[in-house]
Design a protein around this ligand. Structure first.
Ligand code: ZN
Ligand code: ZN
Length: 380
């Protein structure tokens, strides 16, 4: 009988856990997602569902609130641990037990990423504050520009501290209204100029620097600096046929600030020199060495293309020194129409022998007569 009761209790607990919201689902991240992934998803989704962008849409508003609570829990190691083990119910009890404090205001949390409280109205001005863009030179191989590729890049950047969400305080209770200015950020000095004449001077509060708040205990993770330096990984797509100077932009992924929108990371493509091919526009250029015999009687050679396929270079008869053979359509893919390719130009350099025996000299003197012709081009 007692056993049945325990089983029933377990079942009830399980049902409660099941019935709670799945924070991982809400943020669309796996259960072992690292913090930077959680943060990235929150940033992306919270922008989409923000009530200012969806006026009157109750579903979007509910979703925005859900995102905020999911983000707050999963970014906090202690809360995440409790949630993983006991679900939402466990967090509720943890909160009531006085540990960890209550939930943050979802709009404050959003503002930590994007500045201001939202997108519109009187808060627009705060939203416009924006950090500088980050320019990065992206070295790409000619193979990747020929075939297209995705590349992983590691960017060193400033991020808003995960521990204090950019407040700089150990916990939210440690943020206090500035006693010197009562939270106004300014102090007013009255100066008696003469009988009955009083002038008021308004000054930025010295104690809080105009913020209106002081911090009693600083965040141990960032020492109150609100930001940390770290590395973040991104995946970039290189399109077929991209050229030097072309850019790939990661919007709002530059240094984060507690009170401003991050700037963009702008990657500028720079091709790594290739051992075989030179690129000019959509055309490729290469040089091939041939022996004197090959120059006189012809040859068949192969050349490895940038996609590992094989190009056959074939000549019959005489090939002049400096002769240029055009291989149609074997150049770079066009960026705007990758099915179309430029051409490949192969220039031949004849390598002369370092010695010649007397017998051959005699034979050549006797029988050979070579009429001279100019350099010609041939298309394959
Ligand atoms: Zn911190
Ligand atoms: Zn103050």
């Amino acid at each position: 009988m007692r056993q049945i009761a325990i089983w029933l209790l377990l079942l009830v607990i399980l049902l409660v856990v099941e019935a709670g919201k799945d924070y991982y689902n809400i943020l669309d991240v796996p259960r072992d997602a690292p913090k930077n992934q959680i943060k990235k998803h929150y940033k992306k989704l919270s922008r989409v569902y923000h009530p200012d962008k969806n006026p009157g849409n109750k579903d979007a508003e509910a979703k925005f609130m859900e995102l905020s609570s999911a983000y707050e829990v999963l970014m906090d190691d202690e809360k995440r641990g409790i949630y993983d083990r006991y679900g939402e119910e466990g967090l509720e009890q943890h909160k009531n037990g006085g540990g960890g404090g209550g939930f943050h205001n979802p709009f404050d949390m959003f503002a930590q990423f994007f500045g201001g409280g939202g997108f519109g109205g009187g808060r627009a001005q705060a939203q416009e504050r924006r950090g500088p863009d980050l320019q990065v030179e992206l070295e790409v191989s000619l193979e990747d520009l020929y075939n297209g590729a995705t590349i992983e890049v590691d960017i060193s950047k400033q991020t808003v501290c995960d521990h204090c969400h950019g407040s700089g305080a150990r916990r939210s209770e440690d943020i206090q209204t500035c006693p010197a200015c009562q939270g106004r950020g300014v102090t007013v000095t009255r100066v008696q100029l003469g009988p009955g004449m009083v002038q008021q001077f308004q000054q930025t509060c010295h104690q809080c620097g105009g913020k209106g708040k002081t911090i009693r205990a600083v965040c141990p993770a960032c020492s109150g600096r609100k930001v940390l330096r770290g590395n973040e990984q991104y995946t970039l797509t290189i399109e077929k046929g991209m050229r030097d100077g072309q850019t790939t932009v990661l919007e709002q992924e530059a240094d984060e600030y507690p009170d401003a929108i991050p700037g963009d990371v702008i990657f500028t493509i720079s091709t790594v020199p290739h051992p075989t091919f030179d690129r000019q526009g959509n055309n490729l250029y290469t040089t091939q060495q041939i022996t004197l015999i090959e120059a006189l009687v012809g040859f068949e050679k192969t050349l490895k293309q940038l996609d590992e396929s094989v190009i056959t270079l074939k000549r019959e008869g005489i090939t002049q020194y400096g002769f240029v053979q055009t291989v149609k359509g074997a150049g770079m893919p066009h960026f705007d129409n990758p099915k179309q390719h430029g051409d490949l130009f192969v220039e031949y350099k004849v390598v002369f022998p370092t010695s010649i025996d007397k017998q051959t000299v005699e034979l050549l003197k006797q029988g050979a007569h070579f009429p001279a012709t100019g350099v010609v081009h041939e298309e394959l």
